[in-house]
Design a binder for this molecule. Structure first.
Ligand SMILES: Nc1ncnc2c1ncn2[C@@H]1O[C@H](COP(=O)(O)OP(=O)(O)OP(=O)(O)O)[C@@H](O)[C@H]1O
Length: 310
């Protein structure tokens, strides 16, 4: 028997008062034990979806379960199964990190003896700031405190909404190390990000939302395999006067005095044919640089195709 997914979303739609359709018939599952990336341009509907799961926004139609609990029928259990690190940094500036964690644990009704405030402070490297006012923490420390707050009730699912927006590289690395550690301990992680590189590096599976609709949901490596465009830039032995021709090239352009860039689809043309076309045009090749497609290319081509279809 297959395991219940960590999150299951079925035909979920949300129209805000005022008429904005933020989610349109979205259906997908987040398998347990994964690092799952939810990607999409600004305003795509990612926060709306997360806020519905967190019980902060009411859906218009459709259904969702969190760790097997229906968000309508068993909202308390659903909420207890998920920890959310919000985009915005919001806390009471007069509480210390330890107090903030204790209050959060109190909200979840966790008895004093079962609280893990000190363990979480240590994991987020905040032990020496445990008793400092929150307002005296740096931006990075505040963000780490938010992650600790999301984990006080030991949820099996942690959702990070754009956690590294405006965060420096060091902190980003630390945050990802911690996310990987939680993942290794069995926590299912969902992260929304604009950093495609990050999603490519961290996520097992990626879903893409555009204009409220789901336009992709695949293992990261399959999504990457979809990027078929390859670009080669060749340096020639003399000025690039005539451009080489092959009806299968997508684009051929002069990019420098003696340089030509050729874009082609890997499933239709190979590098040998590129070199042959250059030889036929009478050129000797001095140097070749290639660029492999990355997730950014897939993302752009998928969102572009979707906008054109809309
Ligand atoms: N409370 C609200 N009332 C009306 N419209 C809203 C509300 N919240 C969000 N929207 C609109 O719904 C759409 C989706 O917003 P949402 O915040 O879910 O997108 P997002 O993908 O999270 O974007 P970002 O990456 O910028 O946070 C946007 O057009 C937004 O303006």
């Amino acid at each position: 028997m297959s395991q219940t997914p960590a999150i299951s979303i079925e035909s979920l739609s949300k129209t805000y008062a005022g008429g904005k359709e933020a989610l349109k018939d979205v259906t997908f599952e987040v398998p347990r034990g994964q690092i799952f990336g939810l990607l999409g341009p600004n305003g795509a509907g990612k926060s709306t979806l997360i806020n519905i799961l967190a019980g902060l926004v009411t859906k218009t139609s459709g259904s969702a379960t969190v760790w097997g609990f229906d968000i309508d029928a068993q909202p308390r259990n659903a909420k207890r199964s998920i920890g959310i690190v919000p985009q915005e940094i919001l806390f009471d500036p007069f509480f210390t990190p330890r107090e903030a964690l204790e209050i959060q644990a109190g909200l979840y009704g966790i008895p004093k003896g079962e609280r893990r405030s000190d363990e979480l402070l240590a994991a987020m490297r905040l032990t020496d700031k445990a008793n400092a006012y929150a307002r005296t923490l740096s931006g990075g420390m505040k963000r780490r405190l938010l992650v600790a707050k999301a984990m006080v009730h030991s949820p099996p699912i942690l959702v990070l909404d754009e956690p590294t927006a405006g965060v420096d590289i060091d902190l980003r690395k630390q945050l990802w190390d911690y996310v990987r550690k939680l993942h290794a301990q069995g926590v299912t992680v969902v992260l929304t990000t604009h950093y495609l590189e990050e999603a490519e590096e961290l996520c097992d599976r990626i879903a893409i939302i555009n204009h409220g609709r789901l336009i992709a949901n695949e293992p990261t490596r399959d999504l990457l395999a979809k990027a078929q465009d390859k670009e080669v830039v060749v340096s020639l032995d003399r000025a690039a006067e005539t451009l080489p021709a092959n009806s299968c090239f997508d684009k051929v352009e002069r990019v420098g005095e003696q340089e030509i860039a050729i874009t082609y689809s890997k499933d239709r043309v190979n590098a040998g044919e590129v070199l042959k076309a250059l030889a036929e045009a009478g050129y000797d090749v001095i140097d070749v640089r290639t660029r492999e497609p990355d997730l950014e290319d897939v993302f752009l081509s998928l969102t572009r195709a979707d906008s054109e279809a809309a």
